[in-house]
Design a protein around this ligand. Sequence first.
Ligand code: SF4
Ligand code: SF4
Ligand code: SF4
Length: 330
Amino acid sequence: MTTPSSPLLSRRSFLKTLGVSAAVTAMPSVAAAATDSTSSSQELATVLDLEKCIACGACVDACHEANAAKFPEPQKPFPTMYPPRVKVSDWSDKRDVNDRLTPYNWLFIQSAQVEHEGQSYDINVPRRCLHCTNPPCANLCPFGAARKQENGVVRIETDLCLGGAKCKTVCPWDIPQRQTGVGLYLRLLPSFAGNGVMYKCDRCYDRLTKGEKPACIEVCPQEVQTIGPRDEMLALAQRMAKEKNGYLYGVEENGGTNTFYVSPVPFEKLNAAIDKGPGKPSLSVVPNSMENEENIGYAVMVAPVAGMVAGLWKVKSFLSNQGGKENHHD
Ligand code: SF4
Ligand code: SF4
Ligand code: SF4
């Protein structure tokens, strides 16, 4: 079993972004954490009890439904990719694919059978962005399009993303997925800049601002996921793991995440048993990528641009909130 995470390498000034404000009436602790804009201790986290998941897929369907308006509508034919060696990534005719992550499928269920201590376990793992506490995708995005909110939600601002996929390259789980033929680059120099837009789970941030739970959590018949302030969720995950004599994932991985998996079998065994590959992340041990010297240097280099874009993002978010809606289309 893993233990609580080591102190984080914090670059809070770089990460400052808009906390959301909205009239919230339900779910006091979740709503308070979701709308907090001052205290990083109020980051939201989720605990997933893997013993409970029956792979019914209701959460996957709910994610599609709740986020359909955010999915890309690409223009074809696609401009030449830049540089030309970059492959076109087009999932627009494969929107029904639900056995891996795609720009149209931000959550899928990974299943495996695992033998442990003389028992056989069928384990199902809902997979999506883990919302890292010190996310390399956000720290290293050269254009500040990927950002971490004060409430811990890591989002990619699709209006600013150029689809260069740095976020995917530096994510230990290769979570963000690219769609070509959509986004800002089409309005710039499409043959010389950008390749589309990156997409991933955004924790249903718009539902959170209204005091609602993320769609995948609300719909689950087994109540696999619990969401709340990080310290409470960490304590819950540790308690559950202790009571079940089980194992934890997400506490130390990549320096700590805001997603804690509790499993009755060791994650080494689970990782060996699951199907891995493009769009199918591993469950391997992951060191803190923001302790890597190369990444620290790169983060310092891109900080000024990211900081400038942060201002634009803040204004855009403010205006969107003022208008009571946000344009999620590309
Ligand atoms: S809805 Fe719940 S039980 Fe069904 S697949 Fe998703 S997490 Fe598992
Ligand atoms: S899991 Fe990957 S995409 Fe999600 S916050 Fe962490 S680094 Fe970013
Ligand atoms: S939190 Fe929202 S966006 Fe993320 S997987 Fe769940 S339903 Fe999808």
